[in-house]
Write a protein that binds this ligand. Sequence first.
Ligand code: HEM
Length: 203
Amino acid sequence: MLVASLQAWAALPLMLGGLVLVGAVDLGANPQESIIRGLGQASLSLLIFAYAITALERLWQNLVAAGFGYGVTRAKPFGLVVARRGIGLWALTYALLHLLAYWLFELDQDTWQVLVDFFRRPFVTLGMLALLIMLALGVTSNRFSMQRLGPSWKKLHRLIGLIVILSLLHYALHKAGKNDFVEPLAFGLVAVAAWLLKLRRPS
Ligand code: HEM
């Protein structure tokens, strides 16, 4: 029941993205740019959420152990881990839509230009590397791959940390032109907090 409702909940980002795309939300003077950026931000938010899930679970366990469980005395996981795969796959979906929007609107459907940009614009290089690793995680997010890869599966999926770093650098370099690092820094702080919490074993 909980699993089903969490999976249904994971459909929300798609609906929100749809709303943006049909223009229900003000896309400003440059709708194409807003769509590319909105999809990039959606992907990054979901990616960091997926990355933070272990940390959130651990925080909950620590709070219960410290007596802040509001009546809960034995910490049971609150089930977000089950939704992690769905959230990660939504992050990948948005990253692919972000790439599609960039190809459609910024490159005028010139596929060759994707390769040129890979070598010419360092922030695009970082984004593409992040997306490639995300794809590897996405296609192996199933029971079959888990069994086939054995212990390597865990190692591969630990690369989520590298994806977060590459995506944050992609964002920061994109903003470097305007010397405006506030948003990448805010996302970065959440990621660092999640990483620090992950380091601490539940007491
Ligand atoms: C093939 C991979 C990618 C390409 C080619 C790409 C390309 C771009 C481009 C061209 C922009 C600037 C848009 C503009 O100013 O008009 C951008 C911004 C952005 N991208 Fe990507 N990107 C890729 C992957 C990713 C990934 C994997 C993420 C996150 C997980 C991401 C998140 C963002 C964010 C957050 C922005 C800035 C949005 C803003 O300015 O508010 N991108 N990307």
